[in-house]
Design a binder for this molecule. Structure first.
Ligand code: HSE
Length: 427
């Protein structure tokens, strides 16, 4: 039986998971595919730390180039993370004609086009299923199962760390920092976790999804990115009272021939399936014009789930199948719409002085900016004190919200910074 020699760059959490998966199920993979995966070499700067998997020490090296240039190695697996060094290694490997498997969403979001072109030029495939949704094979679903569909919209819970934090905050009343510390202990978060909690990781994954569905090289500057840092319990509580749950959401949809994209914590109706995605799980809700609504759900972070997707790609690369990058280059690209022109509903929480005419002043500013109120709650306090007031609005333009919020913040009767979050109705 033909052996497939794998060269791994980066022996961290996922690298060790890949080795564990191959040691556990290598024979099964061989039965299924006729190709026997073996670990050929592993490069990492730290080859001393015990990774909890059995590896012959002779396979370990600190010299990544010796792996990339080894003629015996059939497939390179890039699990270093970051952009600069990883990009250099991936380009070298592709140039050497070696297929590359990567889980590096930052690399794809920031240098995807260049890598796809290098892959097309050399004929060596680039495979990146593990870059979005951890173990969920959602990129393959978009490329293969849904190839006959025009993708109308995609809604993703794409960051396990954020979803875990929001779940713990809601269920146990844990504060943000304590929930984050647990997510780090469980190995979900990046180091440092800023990329997770500031929405950047979700945005990187959204870029990969958008590229696959719409062929577009979407720039990270082209859409709104907001994270969950500083999210207060009050929002979780009020949203809950109104029948919503807060989820860190990537929204990607086609509207009038343009791609509408945003990444931000959003209110999702509790009855929607995405509101039931808890802990470090990820999910992508895809609406195709032929298939209708579909949902892809699974573990989006962690050692073995991500390794599962990497191994799937290794076997696809070994079988000489094309990967997603070639497919993606041929796709006609749609433009990304200006974020200011996106129509959304919003949740607004203001802290207002409880005295006559205050609601009228706020309502006046909203009305003047073409924002219509859908509902409002105010909890009774002693007259004259500050009182939290929550408004849910009908759809209005993002630019009108921005203008209204600036004006509202300046009103004497408003205390502190108003909170604004999008409401997603999944139309
Ligand atoms: N830090 C990421 C997450 C890991 O929390 O989802 C997978 O990309």
């Amino acid at each position: 039986m033909k052996k497939i020699k794998i060269g791994i760059l980066g022996f961290g959490t996922v690298g060790a998971g890949v080795v564990e998966g191959i040691l556990k199920n290598g024979e099964l993979m061989a039965q299924r595919t006729g190709l026997f995966p073996v670990i050929g070499k592993i490069a990492d700067l730290d080859i001393k730390t015990d990774r909890g998997v059995k590896v012959d020490k002779s396979l370990l090296t600190t010299d990544a180039l010796s792996v990339i240039n080894d003629p015996e190695i059939d497939v390179i697996v890039e699990l270093i993370g970051g952009v600069k060094v990883a990009k250099d290694f991936v380009l070298r490997a592709l140039k050497n004609g070696k297929p590359v498997v990567t889980a590096n969403k930052a690399l794809l979001a920031e240098a995807g086009r260049e890598l796809f072109e290098a892959s097309a030029k050399s004929g060596a495939g680039l495979y990146f299923e593990a870059s979005v949704g951890g173990g969920i094979p959602v990129l393959r679903a978009l490329r293969d199962g849904l190839v006959g569909n025009k993708i109308k919209s995609m809604y993703g819970i794409l960051n396990g760390t954020c979803n875990y934090i929001l779940t713990r905050m809601e269920r146990e009343g844990l504060d943000f920092d304590a929930a984050l510390a647990d997510a780090q202990k469980l190995g979900y978060a990046e180091t440092p976790p800023d990329l997770d909690i500031d929405g950047i990781d979700t945005a990187h994954k959204a870029v990969v999804l958008a590229s696959l569905a719409y062929g577009a090289p979407v720039s990270m500057d082209a859409f709104t990115i907001e994270g969950i840092r500083g999210l207060s319990h009050r929002e979780i509580e009020y949203a809950g009272e109104l029948g919503y749950r807060i989820k860190m959401l990537a929204v990607i949809r086609e509207v009038n021939g343009e791609i509408e994209m945003r990444v931000e914590p959003s209110l999702v109706q509790k009855k929607h399936l995405l509101a039931e995605v808890h802990d470090a799980y990820n999910a992508v809700f895809v609406d195709g014009d032929i298939v209708g609504s579909t949902l892809y759900y699974g573990r989006g972070a962690g050692r073995l789930p991500t390794a599962s997707a990497v191994i799937g790609d290794i076997m696809e690369a070994a079988a000489g199948k094309g990967g997603c990058s070639d497919w993606l280059l041929k796709h006609k690209a749609l433009p990304v719409c200006d974020p200011k022109n996106i129509l959304i509903r919003c949740y607004l929480r203001l802290s207002l002085k409880d005295q006559p005419d205050v609601i009228a002043q706020v309502a006046h500013v909203l009305g003047k900016n073409k924002i219509s109120i859908a509902s409002m709650i105010q909890k009774e306090q002693n007259a004259g004190e500050q009182v939290p007031v929550v408004f849910l609005t009908h759809k209005a333009l993002e630019k009108d919200y921005a203008a209204a919020m600036e004006e509202i913040e300046r009103l004497d009767v408003v205390d502190g910074k108003p909170v604004r979050m999008a409401i997603e109705d999944f139309e």
